[in-house]
Ligand binder design. Structure first.
Ligand SMILES: [Zn+2]
Length: 411
């Protein structure tokens, strides 16, 4: 099969157009799920997809599907999907690039009159970031049976702590029909193109990441218990400072975890200090530790270190509790190889890579064959305004997506 290529001009036009919806005025966007700006992006998607003759449907979680017919009316749909919502002060590529690339694939197929058997769908997942209505990957979680819909509908806005996701959904006009959901009877497979959100591809001078899996992870809470006392009247030797103890525990964990496989990543991103008053010695600290690695044996070693850390540090009691965990999610082998083959044939430099971040594709992979394609992130930045991938790299990604879809279509 000869390789087809997407249009750089069309890609650039879409990147610029969508960057205006939620433009925060300094190079990035804030486009919360179902916000006014988010609906503008959805309207743009609808306008452009209708212009190429796609049929638009919406399901009960406001996920949107734009489908062009194939030559076989009984064939299952091949879907390309990502999200249009962003974090607060996010960039112009996370999520939206996957949607733009899916649109571009359909536009190229229609424009070049490329024959295909299967119906092809460009899709928008609702509320992937979960920045306004937690949790992340809310709608794929509901559709794939991971999250309870009623619980999700009750999720409250982190801004006003009042508006529920259900109210936002109803007000948006995008509450569609449950029959329209992605499902294994009507859908053959899903592909998600996404920015890498890390520095690996850029530093290896590769234009495409052939994604093999989403890393397994654990999340623990570590707690230290001290005694609250006056900051001015308590001599140092008398203190049981829970924050000082937490700092030592954290240093201990870093030292021990650094002895494990160098591909292990771990983070303390959240800390609660009580009473958090500058005149009071802290009596309680609770902090998170998130660790990710492909190999469950390495994760097990991490858990062993956490469980066997000192139980008393700086005269403070220390304990831990598992918050949650997930196993490594491997993508569909055959699809992974089709992505690799498509990149090779198009002469686009590529390498295998795993995803340290979560994506809708990881839930979907438990329902239908799924895989992902990564494009480089400049300086590894994401979830921030400097997020950048060149138009050439974006278009290369779309072309690999296109050729992978065409290969699946002929299988
Ligand atoms: Zn994303």
């Amino acid at each position: 099969m000869n390789t087809k290529f997407c249009s750089m001009e069309r890609m650039e036009d879409k990147i610029k157009t969508f960057a205006a919806y939620g433009d925060a005025g300094h190079g990035g966007i804030t486009r919360y799920s179902l916000s006014k700006e988010n609906i503008q992006a959805r309207e743009e998607f609808t306008r452009r997809m209708k212009a190429i003759g796609a049929e638009i449907t919406v399901d009960d979680m406001a996920n949107m599907y734009a489908t062009i017919k194939g030559s076989d009316p009984h064939a299952k749909r091949i879907v390309m999907a990502s999200h249009v919502d962003s974090v607060k002060n996010g960039g112009n590529y996370d999520g939206i690039l996957g949607v733009i690339s899916a649109m571009e694939v359909l536009e190229t197929i229609v424009d070049q009159k490329i024959p295909h058997k299967h119906p092809l769908t460009a899709m928008i997942w609702t509320n992937e970031e979960g920045s306004l209505y937690p949790p992340a990957m809310m709608s794929s979680g509901v559709i794939c049976g991971k999250f309870d819909k009623t619980t999700m509908l009750a999720s409250k806005s982190v801004l006003d702590r009042k508006t529920t996701f259900k109210e936002a959904l109803e007000a948006s006009g995008y509450a569609g029909s449950i029959e329209n959901r992605l499902n294994p009877n009507d859908y053959k497979c899903m592909l998600e193109l996404h920015i890498e959100q890390g520095p690996i591809l850029e530093s290896a001078h590769k234009d495409i990441g052939v994604v093999t899996c989403v890393l397994g992870m654990i999340n623990y809470r570590i707690r230290t218990y001290g005694q609250a006392d006056h900051a001015g009247t308590t001599p140092m030797a008398y203190r049981q400072d829970a924050l000082y103890a937490a700092a030592q525990v954290l240093t201990y964990l870093h030292k021990e975890l650094d002895k494990l496989d160098p591909a292990l990543v771990y983070t303390t991103g959240e800390i609660k200090c009580h009473p958090c008053v500058h005149t009071v010695i802290p009596d309680f600290v609770d902090f998170s530790i998130d660790a990710r690695h492909e190999d469950p044996n390495v994760i097990e070693q991490v858990v062993h270190i956490i469980k066997n850390m000192p139980k008393e540090v700086a005269k403070c009691k220390v304990d831990c509790e598992k918050a949650w965990s997930r196993d490594t999610v491997y993508f569909h082998k055959e699809l992974v190889e089709l992505v690799k083959k498509s990149a090779d044939e198009a002469d686009i430099s590529n390498q295998y890579i795993n995803s340290g971040a979560g994506h809708d594709a990881q839930f979907v992979s438990e329902m239908i064959p799924t895989t992902m394609i990564f494009v480089p992130s400049k300086d590894g930045h994401s979830h921030c305004e400097p997020e950048f991938t060149s138009v050439e790299q974006c278009t290369n990604g779309a072309s690999v997506l296109l050729n992978t879809v065409l290969k699946i279509d002929t299988k």
